[in-house]
Design a protein around this ligand. Structure first.
Ligand code: TGC
Ligand code: FAD
Length: 392
């Protein structure tokens, strides 16, 4: 792969909206991606392997639980810092960002928000340092967009719970130490349970043959009469709103992350357009190529403004789930469109691993599907503005 020469676009001087601390956090993440991710990621993606050696670095840049309070090992940062870290990581690779967002928003967040004090103290510091990796089991083979229909269930056996069922498409599953699993009790109420690797009857087979997110490990979670200790149930919230509340946090991170992938594609295409000569001049001098670049930077700038405002609203505790859906949907769509256009600008070179664009493009096919598909988020916006529910 080519050397990482990334220069971040900031067409509307949005750096002026950031604090000095935001910029320091972002720049540290950016440097780390240049040094530890960019040189190796294409090779790992080609081999369909997650580079476990970067876990320590992810922890060091604060990517595991950025907004979790310091007393539990988190970085105690605000939502914009969290977003900026996700942006920088996804600039390197969406699969690496997946590992960080699952760990932060889907494992640490529910333990922090819905867990007991004992659960917080037992798991959060180890998750923050990367000593422990977690995954989040909501999706099932028969229930993706409608998780409320889940079949995974647990029974109260007096001194423990007995868990049965299966989850599918679970990021980090093949190597995770713990899984936050959503399952129904005998009354059909959804609860979160912390399942630990090594519990009898619990297995995590890896999902192979992916053309997307190849540097992220995806797998199933199988529960065959798993005895879960009673103290592993998350006590403070139940019902579908509990897992969906975690998704708000992860979707927010993805809205920022997608900008990172888009910025990388734009920056690569811009540089290439000035270097590649056809018909005696750089291809960037042709109007058709300029149209692509002009539209890319316009869309990136709009997405940057959207997420910055959303970050402010999140910091003030005022962002709604529907606002987060709009940003996730818009920004991922923006990124996948830019990746496709940027790939074309590189001609044949665009399909090779010499450049990051094709990898981003394929990764974004997962990003536009997970955490709620493109169409599901449109229906959430539709429901919000009309007050009419198209799901039921
Ligand atoms: P509905 O009846 O609308 O809602 C049930 C309860 O949940 C509440 N709620 C929310 N709470 C917090 N945050 C949200 N975003 C919420 N959305 C809804 C709601 O108020 C209600 O509460 P209550 O107290 O009244 O019971 O539920 P529904 O069954 O009609 O479904 C609505 C729908 C379709 C929007 C929802 O199911 C949905 O978002 N589906 C998409 C599924 C999804 O996003 N799955 C993601 C799996 S995890 C993943 O993909 C990780 S990838 C990570 C990576 O690798 O980076
Ligand atoms: P379906 O729900 O079967 O949807 C199929 C199509 O039907 C989609 O286009 C959808 O938009 C459309 N559709 C569905 N309902 C409606 C409707 N009401 N109106 C109109 N159209 C509709 N899940 C986890 O729990 N944890 C993870 O860590 C995780 N990681 C993932 C990693 C990867 C790489 C991938 C690909 C997925 C991951 N997922 C994870 C699962 C992901 O959240 C689901 O794939 C996603 O929610 C969609 O579910 P589905 O694949 O079952 O598609």
């Amino acid at each position: 792969m080519k050397a990482d020469l990334f220069q971040a676009p900031d067409y509307y001087q949005l750096d002026d909206l950031l604090t000095e601390e935001h910029k320091l956090i972002r720049d540290a993440a950016r440097e780390w991606v240049k040094r530890d991710v960019s040189p190796i990621i294409e090779d790992y993606a080609q081999r369909a392997e997650f580079p476990t050696q970067i876990i320590k670095g992810l922890a060091e840049i604060g990517a595991f639980g950025p907004y979790i309070p310091e007393e539990y090992g988190g970085a105690g940062l605000d939502q914009i810092s969290y977003g900026l870290i996700m942006q920088e990581i996804e600039r390197g690779d969406s699969g690496v960002r997946s590992t960080a967002s699952v760990q932060s928003s889907l494992v640490m967040y529910p333990i922090y928000k819905y867990g007991s004090e004992e659960q917080r103290n037992k798991y959060l510091p180890k998750l923050a340092s990367g000593e422990m990796i977690g995954c989040f089991g909501l999706t099932e083979p028969n229930h993706g967009s409608n998780p409320g229909g889940m079949e995974t269930k647990f029974k109260d056996m007096g001194d423990h719970y007995l868990l049965n069922g299966a989850k599918m498409w679970i990021s980090n599953a093949p190597f995770a130490d713990i899984a936050v699993v959503w399952a129904k009790n005998e009354e059909g109420r959804i609860h979160g349970l912390i399942v630990e690797r090594g519990m009898e009857g619990f297995s995590t087979p890896e999902t192979h043959n992916k053309w997307s997110l190849r540097a992220s490990a995806t797998g199933e979670l199988i529960f065959d009469n798993v005895k879960v200790p009673k103290e592993n149930l998350l006590p403070k919230k139940s019902g579908l709103g509990a897992p969906l509340g975690c998704l708000d946090s992860a979707r927010f991170g993805i809205a920022w992350g997608a900008i990172g992938a888009a910025m990388d594609c734009y920056d690569t295409a811009l540089r290439y357009s000035k270097e590649r000569i056809q018909f005696g001049k750089p291809i960037g001098a042709f109007q058709l190529q300029q149209k692509k670049l002009a539209e890319m930077i316009t869309e990136i700038t709009k997405a940057q403004l959207l997420t910055w405002r959303l970050g402010v609203l999140r910091n003030e505790g005022k962002a709604t789930s529907a606002q987060i859906s709009m940003a996730k949907r818009n920004n991922v769509d923006m990124a996948i469109t830019i990746a496709r256009e940027a790939r074309q600008m590189l001609g044949g070179m665009g399909i090779t691993g010499e450049y990051s664009i094709m990898r981003h493009s394929m990764n974004l096919e997962s990003v536009i599907t997970y955490e709620g598909t493109h169409d599901i988020h449109l229906l959430i916006t539709g429901m919000d503005v009309t007050g009419l529910n198209a799901f039921k």
